[in-house]
Design a protein around this ligand. Structure first.
Ligand code: PAF
Length: 278
């Protein structure tokens, strides 16, 4: 496995290889990331994993500075699951000048849910993913469904820019108690960690109610009250159509249209997200 820090040496190394399978990450890897890399390795191509904490997708008050940088450990893990190249540029390499050209996804998709609470987040994501795609030129790229809206936004970008890249979405990897694996779980105290599965449990109840005649707004409000009562601060707990992440009509909800329950909430200083298809 090769550890590469510059765009020039990445391009030079990949020039003689088949187009790779690609997994973009911000490092601080956990089993969920390793599952994405294992999937990438199943396609019989070189496997490039990027490790880059992308300042563009963090708001000023968010955890960009404290986000753990663990490249040595990440590299060992990546070697063990079949990565062939780790691309770990520093900021000056990927953003040698202020990144004033950006990819702005459509507000109807990108300014709701995560985008409402993290304005500009998906512009930051799309801009870095587009740039990484240009550097890596992959045949396919693997993303986790835990970041459900991100996956949707990236799929739309690839479609609208006619990028010749297959986007593969993988189900969320969970701990034994159901908590979705996330780099940010490491911020939880031991006591918070025991309560962290409550987010998923709340989404499970909401998902069940969403297929009943109870008004959806009432179920969503009850979910918020229940989670808040256990010490969380929810940003959103909602049920949306899978196709466009907009609210379903009652007929769609009761008629079996594919839906997804999505939630984001803070437990102490840690903001967690999760989702559940129904
Ligand atoms: O999902 C992530 O870790 C990031 O948003 C990504 C796709 C690596 C872009 O920085």
């Amino acid at each position: 496995m090769q550890l590469i820090h510059t765009v020039a040496s990445l391009r030079e190394t990949l020039a003689t290889e088949p187009r790779p399978a690609f997994v973009p990450t911000m490092g601080n890897l956990h089993e969920g990331h390793l599952e994405l890399v294992r999937e990438a390795a199943r396609h019989g191509r070189p496997v490039v994993v990027s490790v880059f904490v992308n300042r563009l997708q963090f708001l000023p008050h968010e955890d960009f500075d404290q986000y753990p940088r663990t490249l040595a450990r990440d590299s060992d893990l990546l070697r063990s699951v079949g990565a062939t190249h780790v691309f770990a540029p520093d900021e000056a390499e990927l953003y040698p000048e202020p990144q004033t050209y950006k990819v702005s996804p459509p507000p109807a998709l990108a300014d709701i849910l995560e985008g409402e609470f993290r304005p500009g987040f998906f512009t930051g994501v799309c801009t870095v993913v587009m740039k990484l795609f240009q550097c890596v030129q992959p045949a396919l790229a693997v993303f986790g469904q835990k970041d459900y809206q991100q996956l949707q936004v990236v799929r739309g970008m690839v479609r609208q820019f006619a990028l010749p890249i297959d986007i593969v979405g993988l189900p969320t990897t969970r701990a034994a108690d159901g908590l979705a694996l996330s780099s940010r779980n490491g911020y939880l105290s031991a006591e918070e960690r025991t309560r962290a599965p409550q987010l998923r449990a709340t989404l499970q109840r909401l998902a069940l109610e969403a297929r009943t005649p109870l008004p959806l707004a009432q179920s969503e409000a009850a979910a918020r009250v229940a989670l808040t009562a256990t010490g969380w601060a929810p940003d959103y707990l909602t049920v949306r159509r899978r196709s466009d992440l907009l609210p379903p009509t009652d007929a769609e909800r009761l008629g079996g249209t594919p839906l997804v329950a999505l939630g984001a909430a803070r437990l102490g200083r840690t903001r967690l997200i999760d989702n559940l298809e129904l």
